[in-house]
Design a protein around this ligand. Structure first.
Ligand code: GTP
Ligand code: NA
Ligand code: MG
Length: 303
């Protein structure tokens, strides 16, 4: 990588934790939005991605947040979230304590080698016990700074918008202490699809996270087995954008088929190349499936 071309980029921060501990509401508080209210059954079922700008020591700093579901069924999404992130914010409800998906989430973060900031949420509730959470997490090697450890804990109330700035501050301090947040924006974009679906009117819609380079409308891209020219891009508020720099999540229209969440994407100079790569990926996948089927059949013959 060309060291001269490297530029600072926003940290990617994945919010993880047990179901209903307040991850989405916390992001609503950070963004002044209201995603929580629109969710069916109050359960997050998709990964959401949002970029915000915060003031930090007189400097404007970007942060990209990825919201993950806490329901036990969505292990794969949590694992994926942990893989694309720089930092994990572990949300633990102070009235409920460490629960199975709290432990699962912190294990994903540890496996991915990303630093963890703990948000002890719902401190407005009766029966909230932030100290108990600190004690519980110490048993999982997340030792609070105030106990002589290295993990920043921030007590928050997403509902009452309490200590949100302190949490953002802790995230930025952890990022600056632990990470080299740089990427080269001056080249063809690469990154990962974090969510994708087929829309009746618009065709394949993919939310991608740009990890290096700059993605532009008109670019030829491959994402999973899909390829095509980027027809339009939208930010998380539905605003059309012309380009997306490193760490920016963006919705992309124009792919031939829907990529899978977790698939990597890249931009090619020639549209032919994008199609060839996509076709190669598809053929490789077909062969792998065929081999699997053959193996299954030969195993069945032994029964
Ligand atoms: P999943 O994505 O489904 O795992 O849930 P989540 O962790 O995103 O939790 P969500 O934001 O949906 O909040 C769950 C419930 O807790 C909602 O009813 C919120 O209004 C409530 N809640 C979240 N934060 C707070 C808080 O700080 N205080 C109180 N009292 N309630 C909160
Ligand atoms: Na919820
Ligand atoms: Mg949620």
């Amino acid at each position: 990588e060309d060291a001269e071309a490297m530029r600072p980029r926003p940290a990617v921060v994945t919010v993880m934790g047990h179901v209903d501990h307040g991850k989405t509401r916390l992001l609503d508080a950070v963004r002044n939005s209201n995603v929580t209210e629109g969710e069916a059954g109050g359960i997050t079922q998709h990964i959401g991605a949002y970029q915000v700008y915060v003031d930090h020591e007189g400097e404007e700093r970007g942060l990209t947040f990825i919201d993950t579901p806490g329901h036990e069924a969505f292990t794969a999404m949590r694992a994926r979230g942990a893989k694309v992130t720089d930092i994990a914010v572990l949300v633990v409800a102070a009235d409920d304590g460490v629960m199975p998906q709290t432990v699962e989430a912190l294990n994903h973060a540890k496996a991915a080698g990303v630093p963890i900031v703990v948000a002890v949420n719902k401190i407005d509730k009766e029966g909230a016990s932030p100290d108990k959470i600190r004690g519980q997490l110490t048993e999982y090697d997340l030792v609070p700074e105030e106990y002589g450890g290295e993990t920043m804990f921030v007590d928050v109330s997403a509902r009452q918008h309490q200590n949100i700035e302190q949490l953002l501050e802790a995230v930025l301090l952890t990022a600056d202490a632990a990470l080299e947040l740089e990427a080269n924006p001056e080249k063809e974009a690469r990154g990962v699809a974090i969510e994708a679906h087929l829309d009746k009117g618009r065709g394949a819609v993919a939310t991608v996270l740009v990890q290096s380079g700059t993605l532009r409308v008109g670019d030829n891209m491959v994402a999973g087995n899909g390829f095509g020219r980027v027809r339009a891009m939208f930010d998380e508020n539905g605003q059309a954008v012309e380009e997306a720099e490193p760490s920016r999540p963006v919705q992309v229209l124009g792919l031939s088929t829907v990529p899978r969440a977790g698939d990597s994407f890249l931009v090619t100079t020639e549209d032919r190349t994008a199609r060839q790569i996509a076709e190669k990926r598809e053929a490789a996948e077909r062969n792998a499936n065929l081999a699997k089927r053959r193996k299954r059949i030969s195993l069945e013959n032994f029964d």
